[in-house]
Design a protein around this ligand. Sequence first.
Ligand SMILES: C[S@@+](CC[C@H](N)C(=O)[O-])C[C@H]1O[C@@H](n2cnc3c(N)ncnc32)[C@H](O)[C@@H]1O
Length: 339
Amino acid sequence: MVTPDSAAWEPEHEEDSMPTPEIMPETAQLFAAEVLAGLTKPGQKELPSKYLYDEIGSKLFEVISALPEYGLTRADERLLRLNAHSVAEELPGRVVIAELGSGSGKKTRSILKAFSRRGPTFYHPIEISATALAMCEHELSDMDSVSIVGFEREYLEGLREVAARRKRGEKILVLFLGSTIGNFDPPADVEFLQKVQGILKGGDALLLGTDLEKPMGQLIAAYDDLLGVTAAFNLNLLARLNRDLDADFTLSQFKHLARFNPETRSIEMHLKSTRAQTVSLDGGRVKVDFQDGETIWTESSRKFSFADLSRMAETSGFKSVGQWVDHEWPFAENLWIVK
Ligand SMILES: C[S@@+](CC[C@H](N)C(=O)[O-])C[C@H]1O[C@@H](n2cnc3c(N)ncnc32)[C@H](O)[C@@H]1O
């Protein structure tokens, strides 16, 4: 049971719970409201996965990308390296590149290289994480023919800003790599893609990285690695609530859990309470009870079939014009054009 005095969780407490520099005031309020809603929801408690990416979370995600168990990033990177020119050939003319949730931007280099052969290229990473955005800007800063203007924004808000700056005759290529679309549970994935499509114009494109179905053991290992980096990434969310929302989670009393949900074909990450306990947030103004074994659902990573991908393109108003598949770690890069 929860005793949220939500009226008490208002900006009047700004002084005693100053947001970290990473969070702007209005987003800090949204953060508090969404955390409160997720932890006090009847039934399964949950926290939005976007909050995994504070400074420590963004750095831990970079380490996850290099782990032997997590073949996803390497597959995505291989496909981009081998096929960036084919992507560029499909999109003649002047193209502005916007990337949703760029992370460190390392993999994006091949795409930017392919487009910058034609001339100066504009690149807009859109990131909720100031740390990831800074890593991305630093990572690609040596590309002389690429102008980088990043937006520390939520995906759609950032994309709207990029679209509003479009000059006559320019096309937009949206990159959404790393299978981040798998973090949206259906039907939110298609609803999100429809919104992206709605911001774009006919002839604009989306390059969508999608992790494909694979054996469950391989998936569990990828999200529960032997070094415990993914566990640290997940638990850092509670540490973040302690830091930024004046909560008192005892980290050793929660365990990282990765499990496969066969109905949704997703790997779910949870944080499991190892005992019955009460946690407080906002300096004790909000209390959340946990039963022994109860979990907080922190992320889903859905795995796609080719049929899913065709259906998603069709229902979100795109036409598929290219698909490249990695067979070492089943993963597909999909190039869709707005109809
Ligand atoms: C799974 S990581 C992928 C990073 C990179 N694209 C890759 O493929 O390695 C997701 C990235 O999206 C960012 N992100 C998550 N939710 C977001 C949102 N709602 N708006 C903007 N960025 C978001 C995170 O900060 C993180 O860097």
